[in-house]
Ligand binder design. Structure first.
Ligand code: 8DG
Ligand code: MG
Length: 153
């Protein structure tokens, strides 16, 4: 196969196309909701709830759906915080995500997170922003190390 056609074959591969993820800083007082991932990407690291943007969804709809699917929690309005560009090379095939970070809070703070997808997560809990668990999923760790803070000023 020529160099040009092998490049086409790679970029034609669905998995090789950049995808869009929406993830949520779900805030509760000084705490943030994190779960330890069970995944080829970022296995055993603490990450925010979230997942792939589906066709036709807006960011807020995606955030509410993913948080509900993963934790059973209902969130209120969302605010866009930032966007990062992430290349994951640690899994079986490289993945490229444009990750949209939103902020939200619970509609009712009596709600308790449930581990709805135990095959994808070891469990959800609230963690103090000043005492985050380790290791963090690297896109999140990079943000924390750069001084990013998801709380309203
Ligand atoms: P889905 O099938 O339910 O749509 O997706 P998922 O299985 O829940 O996807 P995910 O891996 O949880 O999230 C999609 C991608 O978003 C993930 O592979 C990489 C990117 N991502 C970040 N930071 C974070 C984060 O803190 N949490 C989550 N869940 N994903 C993140 O860049
Ligand atoms: Mg997810």
């Amino acid at each position: 196969m020529s160099k040009a056609s092998s490049t086409v074959a790679t970029t034609d591969n669905e998995a090789a196309k950049p995808k869009v993820a929406v993830v949520v800083f779900l805030l509760n007082g000084k705490k943030v909701l994190l779960g330890r991932r069970r995944s080829a990407v970022g296995n055993s690291t603490f990450a925010l709830p979230g997942g792939n943007l589906e066709f036709g969804e807006n960011f807020e709809e995606c955030a509410a759906r993913e948080v509900k699917e993963e934790t059973g929690l209902e969130i209120g309005a969302t605010e866009l915080l930032t966007v990062t560009n992430n290349l994951f090379v640690e899994g079986p095939k490289p993945l490229h995500y444009v990750t949209i970070f939103l902020r939200s809070s619970l509609t009712n703070t009596d709600q308790v997170p449930q581990n709805v997808e135990p095959e994808k997560c070891d469990g959800w809990d609230w963690y103090d922003w000043d005492n985050l668990p380790q290791p963090l999923f690297w896109p999140l760790e990079k943000m924390v190390n750069s001084g990013f803070n998801p709380f309203p000023a």
